[in-house]
Design a protein around this ligand. Structure first.
Ligand SMILES: Cc1cc2nc3c(=O)[nH]c(=O)nc-3n(C[C@H](O)[C@H](O)[C@H](O)COP(=O)(O)O)c2cc1C
Length: 190
C-alpha cells in the first residue's frame, strides 16, 4: 500500500489546518495510507531534530510532503532543524526516488512564501527525491490556487483564528496537492 506522509511545523496552528487538508486530499485516493506528523520543537537537541519514530515513518513512506509557516522569509527554525537531521538520509541516498511536495502559510499575500517553497524543493533535490508541483490554474470560481503558486501550495493567515484562516479556498488547494501526490504514489507503486 503506498504511504504518503505529511510532515510539518506550526507555531500557532494555521499550518496545522493546511496540513490536515493536504492529508485529507491524500487519504481520498483509494488504497493510500497517510501519516500526519507534526515537528515537535522539544525534539530539537543542539539545533537538530532527533526523533527515531518520526524518521522510521518517513523511511517507510513513498511520498513526503513538507510544510511550514513562512517565518522571516523562509521555513521556521523548527522545520530547518528537521531538514538538517535529514543529512543522515543524504549520506545513504535513503530517500532517493521518493515523491515530494510542499506547502506554506504566511500572513502576506506574498510574504516571501516562495522562498520557503523553494527551500523545500532544494531539500528534496539534495535528497534525490522527485518534486510534484501544483498545476492548478487560478482562473476558477472556487478560489483554487488563488495566490497563483505552481511550486507548491501557498495559503494566507495572520492573526485570525485557525477556524477561519487559512480559508476554505486555500484548504481546498491543499487537498488537491495531497490528492495529486497520492495519485502519483499509486502509479509509482504499480
Ligand atoms: C517569527 C515570525 C516571522 C514571520 N515572518 C513572516 C514572513 O516573512 N512573511 C509573512 O507573510 N508572514 C510572516 N509571519 C506570519 C506567519 O507566517 C503567519 O502568522 C502564519 O499564519 C503562522 O503560521 P502558524 O500558525 O502555523 O505558525 C511571521 C510570523 C512569525 C511569528
Amino acid at each position: 500500500m503506498p504511504t504518503v506522509s505529511v510532515i510539518y511545523f506550526s507555531g500557532s496552528g494555521h499550518t496545522t489546518k493546511l496540513a490536515e487538508a493536504v492529508q485529507k486530499g491524500a487519504a481520498s485516493v483509494a488504497g493510500v495510507k497517510t501519516n500526519l506528523i507534526a515537528i515537535n520543537g522539544d525534539d530539537i537537541i543542539k539545533g537538530r531534530s532527533s526523533n527515531d519514530e518520526v524518521f522510521a515513518q518517513l523511511d517507510a513512506s513513498d511520498a513526503i510532503i513538507f510544510g511550514s509557516p513562512t517565518y522571516m522569509g523562509g521555513p521556521a527554525a523548527q522545520f530547518k532543524a528537521f531538514a538538517d537531521a535529514t543529512g543522515a538520509k543524504w549520506y545513504t541516498s535513503a530517500w532517493r526516488d521518493k515523491l515530494s511536495a510542499g506547502f506554506t502559510v504566511s500572513s502576506g499575500p506574498s510574504g516571501d512564501k516562495l522562498s520557503t517553497l523553494h527551500y523545500f524543493f532544494t531539500l528534496a533535490m539534495q535528497l534525490g527525491m522527485i518534486w510534484i508541483g501544483l498545476p492548478e490554474l487560478p482562473m476558477n470560481d472556487k478560489g483554487i490556487n488563488r495566490l497563483s503558486s505552481y511550486s507548491g501550495v501557498m495559503a494566507q493567515a495572520g492573526q485570525e483564528a485557525t477556524d477561519v484562516a487559512p480559508n476554505a479556498q486555500d484548504k481546498l488547494t491543499g487537498e488537491l496537492l495531497g490528492k495529486r501526490v497520492a495519485e502519483y504514489a499509486v502509479r509509482l507503486k504499480k
